[in-house]
Design a protein around this ligand. Structure first.
Ligand code: FES
Length: 175
């Protein structure tokens, strides 16, 4: 029952033939061998599989590959300024900040954290409000405080508990 599907990933088109039930995560990891995106829970609970779909973060484990056709997917492999990064300068600002602030311990959740943080900075730049801001009655663009960062990153779980450094990295990248 496989069907053809074309996925745009990090600016390149990939013509694939997939079972319609294949998740975007499995298409990335198993079919395309792009293993930078991690599988944690496979149930939308941990955020390890976070990728951007047209700039918005999604859990790729909960997204059908077929449903991603027609949109631009960005994965951790597509984030660096240079496709073959050799120095910190070749990385995206968020990647560099995670490196400089040790925003990880074992590193398994890091690609998801970085993709999520990348989206957080875009959301913030656009003036989109988090739930915390709504609840506290902010009506304008909130400052990206540590509380704000924690709220916006709350879908990304770190089993090592490296949260203080993750927050520090996001704060630094936001400057
Ligand atoms: Fe997708 Fe955990 S693997 S949210």
């Amino acid at each position: 029952n496989s069907r053809p599907v074309t996925l745009r990933i990090n600016g390149k088109s990939h013509a694939l033939t997939l079972d319609p039930r294949t998740s975007l995560l499995d298409a990335l990891r198993e079919t395309l061998d792009m293993t930078g995106t991690k599988k944690g829970c496979d149930h939308g609970q941990c955020g390890a599989c976070t990728v951007l779909q047209d700039g918005r973060r999604v859990n790729s484990c909960l997204t059908l590959a077929m449903a991603a056709e027609g949109s631009e997917i960005t994965t951790i492999e597509g984030l660096a300024k240079n496709a073959d990064p050799k120095t910190v300068d070749d990385l995206s600002p968020v990647q560099a900040a995670f490196l400089l602030h040790d925003g990880y311990q074992c590193g398994y959740c890091t690609p998801g954290q970085i993709m999520s943080a990348t989206a957080v900075l875009t959301e913030h730049a656009k003036g989109e409000l988090s739930q915390v801001s709504w609840q506290s009655g902010h009506s304008d663009r909130p400052e990206l405080s540590d509380d704000e960062i924690r709220e916006r990153m709350s879908g990304n779980i770190c089993r090592c508990g490296a949260y203080p450094n993750i927050v520090a990295a996001v704060r630094a990248a936001a400057r």
